[in-house]
Design a protein around this ligand. Sequence first.
Ligand SMILES: [Zn+2]
Length: 219
Amino acid sequence: MTILRRVHLEPQTGAGFEIRRGELLKIIDPEGEQVSDLISFARADPAEWLSSGRTIDYANTIYLTTGHVLYSNRSHPMWTIVEDTVGRHDFLLTPCSPETFAIIYKTTGHHPSCFENLARHLAPYGIAPDTIPTTLNLFMNVDVLPSGELRILPPRSRAGDYVVLRAEMDLIVGVTACSAELSNNGRFKPIDIEMLATMEGASPASEASRAGPATHASA
Ligand SMILES: [Zn+2]
């Protein structure tokens, strides 16, 4: 397994990058109890995006883990979850945004958010903010009560836990270290990202020919 690229996200930041079909994306929670929002768009046509609705429909569960395929709005496989050391993630809720903090937290003034971080780092790839859909919120722990009420609990992830996703098409990807107090048990931690080449996937040589903007990682 060859590491093609590493990206370190400081707390409350995000990154945008490309990944090729067959490559693996490893999202690591280095300190534990930290959510990481992930979204992706088809490199060939960014009007095709990772769909919570399609994925939950076809998996027939809201709790996605190893073996599940994540589908696009056009019902094409975008990712397969190949490893998951936690087993509890959320795909119901949108990325935290300025409005999230105004409406739910009653925050006044600016608060960092996943939506702003995704919008900023996906802009160089031509992704407009209004086209960012529901994110796959890795490590986010949302319980659904019998009444339908949601409970946001501390993530079950401990230091070093991770998820590995295999890209099933060439993708533009946005990832964050989430900025919402409630989702992260009140403390903001970093997220580490690794892109890995597999024997059956792309070789490191293909990295050299990778086109498009460089990785955009900052606050
Ligand atoms: Zn967030």
